[in-house]
Structure formats: C-alpha cells, structure tokens
Design a binder for this molecule. Structure first.
Ligand SMILES: [Zn+2]
Length: 412
C-alpha cells in the first residue's frame, strides 16, 4: 500500500511527462502578481482594522455589562441583608408569641384555681349552713377583738380572692391583646419577607441573564481575537512572502545567468543528519518526503476544507524535503495549528508558488530568506500543532499564500 502509492504516482508522472502544467508569465504578469499580493495584504490589514473596532465595541459592551452585574450583586447583597433582618425579627416575634401563649396558659390556670378556691369556699360556707357557720366562726371568737378579727378575716379572704381573680382576668386580657398585636406584626413581617424573596429571585434571574450575555460576548470576543490573530499571521506571512518572492526572482535570474547545476546557495547551518532525497523527480517538483503513504487527500473532509495533503509514516527521523527550488519565507513555530512549519516561495517559469510543510518534529532545518533546492531536507516529520499522529501536512498555493490547490497535481 505504502509503496504502491508512490510507484503509481511516479509511473503516472512518467506517463504524463510532467504533472504540473506551467504557464510562464510575462514581466507584466509578475508585476501584477506582486500587486495582487500587496492588494491582498492591504485588504487583510483593513479587515484587521475592522475586526479590531468590532472588538473594541464588544469590550465596551463587556465593560458595561460587568458594571451592571456589579450593581446587581450589590443589590442582592442589600436584599439578602434585609431578608436576614426580617427573618431575625420574625424569629423574635414568634418567640415572643410563644412566651405570651405560655403566660396566657399560666394565667388561665391561675384563674381556674382561684375560681375553684372561691367556689370551694362558697360551698364550705353553704354546706355548714352558711350564716350558721359564719356565726360559729364569730361565736368561736375568744373575745371582741378576736371576733372583729374573724369577721374581717372572712370578708378579707373573700374580697382578696375576688380581687386576685379580677387581676388575673385583666392580665389575661392584656396578654391576649399583646398576642394579637404580635400576630399582626408577624403577618406583616412574613409578607415583607415574601416580597424580599421575590425581589431576590428577580435579581437572580436578571443576573443569570446578564451572566449569559456576558459569556456570549466573551466568546464572541475570543473568536474575534482568534480571527485577528489568524489575519495578523496571514498578513505577516504575506509581508515575508513579498521579500522571499523578490529573493526568488533574484535567485532564478542568477541561476539562468550561471546556468550551473547547483541551484542552491544554501548553507544549512543545522547539523544535517538527513541527506538529499534519493529519488528526486526530474521535473520542477518532487515528492516532499521520504515517506510515501498518502493518509489524507486535498479537499473537504469532515465538513472542513483540507487545504493540502497528509503524508504519514510510523518510522522515526523521516525526512521532509523542499518540493522545488525556492526561497524560505518563514520557518519556525506556527500557533495557528501547523506547529513547527516552513513556507517556501518558488518562482517556476515565472509562475509564483508557495509550499507549506506542517507538523514538523523540531524547528525546521532552514530559516527565512534561505535558498533551498528541490529535494533538500528541511525538517523531520512530527506531530506538532493540531495533529493526531506523525505526518507531513503539505500545501501548494498558486500565485501566493492564500490560494491553495491540490498538491497531487504537482508532486506526482
Ligand atoms: Zn493535513
């Protein structure tokens, strides 16, 4: 499977002569192509400006919402404190009512006892013949002062009983009045608490809504930040691409002038553990890796555009090669998902191309501005960036970065 893929591609390329259909461009066309790149750059830059102003607007909204949420938080704290106060008052009132009820029960008991006592005394006087008994008591008096005292005693006992009874009844009335008052107060407090609870619930709902809104805005701002990063990345690439393309033109001219076999003036400073590709194609392009297994093709997959091809291998130290002679645009780390990557500018027969090599294991072996030749190792296959396993993600863009085409049309 691995081998057959490459063999088939090679034989296909042999059959077709060259897979890439190259249309040499005039100087005007080159100039206009450079203009296009510049136009694209300025359009990206104005896009960045627009996105930045959108972001500023969002941040303003975010600020406002945060202020509103803070206000709501303060209101909730206030309401909660009020609820706490009311609950305390309710508890106090309930306690007092409880005490009053106890006191009322006690007074009622005392009233009953007093009534009982009065009844018993009345019965005692009646049973013993009423007045007779009265007289007995009086006659039993030893002397006049004793007699007076006994008369006073009897009437005093009865009067005192009645007085105490009246007092108790008055007490009961007072306590019951207090209880009624407190019950009314309790009802008022309970109603107040209900209102406060409702207010708190309303505030909580509003806060939840604002929180959700804030989250939306934050997500939107995050997306925008990501978008701006992407655009800035693209603008940076385009800027570097311009410089590399100019160097490419110089390189191609120099090559034509010297017509020497060595196209590259590269002086790779990296310890070149990898040698040149062993089976370099004879055309302008070559397969960009020692690995041959095409694990994923160009085009839409999982609802997303796959702007290149994936070439995978499970072996270690698998070389990645420059697909054609060119000048390195950028080499290093890409935070957009490509991981360790390299971008190379090519000028082939007047047509500009950009090749992209993603997910390298380590930092690329080449650096920006450096000339490279077809089949020159530029890095080792890896799985850095958004990658699920060791593979080379390879793209070809026609005219300049931003216009990806199917690489298989060129490298096979
Ligand atoms: Zn890929």
């Amino acid at each position: 499977m691995k081998k057959s893929n490459k063999i088939m591609s090679l034989s296909l390329a042999t059959l077709l002569g060259t897979s890439a259909i190259l249309i040499p461009l005039s100087n005007d066309a080159i100039a206009s192509s450079l203009k296009d790149i510049q136009n694209e750059r300025s359009s990206i830059e104005s896009n960045i400006d627009q996105k930045n102003s959108e972001l500023a607007e969002l941040e303003q909204k975010e600020k406002q919402l945060n202020a509103e949420i803070e206000k709501l938080d303060n209101q909730m704290i206030e309401v909660s404190a009020k609820i706490g106060d009311t609950e305390e008052k309710i508890a106090e009132a309930e306690k007092k009512i409880e005490e009053l009820k106890k006191q009322i029960v006690e007074v009622k008991e005392r009233i009953e006892q007093r009534e009982e006592l009065l009844k018993e005394r009345a019965v005692a006087i009646q049973d013993s013949g009423g007045a007779v008994k009265y007289i007995d008591v009086l006659l039993g008096s030893k002397n006049f002062s004793d007699f007076i005292s006994n008369v006073g005693m009897i009437s005093t006992i009865l009067e005192e009983d009645e007085r105490i009874l009246e007092e108790h009844v008055a007490d009961q009335k007072l306590l019951e009045e207090k209880e009624t008052e407190l019950t009314i107060e309790l009802e008022k407090l309970t109603a107040e608490k209900e209102e406060l609870d409702e207010l708190k619930a309303e505030l909580e709902t509003t806060k939840k809504e604002k929180d959700a809104l804030l989250k939306d805005i934050e997500t939107e701002a995050e997306d925008l930040h990501g978008h701006i990063d992407e655009l800035e990345n693209e603008a940076e690439i385009l800027k570097q691409q311009e410089a590399a393309m100019k160097a490419e033109t110089v390189r191609v001219k120099a090559k034509k002038g010297s017509s020497s076999s060595s196209s590259s003036s590269s002086s790779s400073s990296s310890s070149s553990t990898l040698s040149m590709a062993t089976n370099i194609s004879s055309g302008d392009w070559t397969w960009p890796s020692a690995a041959t297994y095409l694990s994923s093709g160009y085009g839409y997959r999982w609802g997303k555009m796959h702007k290149g091809v994936d070439i995978a291998s499970r072996a270690s130290n698998v070389a990645i090669y420059a697909a054609a002679d060119g000048t390195v645009i950028e080499a290093g780390w890409n935070s957009g998902g490509y991981g360790n990557w390299a971008l190379i500018a090519h000028n082939i027969g007047g047509q500009k191309y950009v090749t992209l090599y993603g997910h390298m294991k380590d930092s690329p072996m080449v650096s920006a501005g450096q000339s490279v030749s077809k089949g020159q190792p530029i890095g080792i296959m890896g799985s850095t960036g958004y990658s699920t396993g060791p593979h080379l993600h390879f793209e070809i863009h026609v005219g300049g970065y931003g216009n990806p085409v199917n690489p298989i049309d060129f490298i096979q």
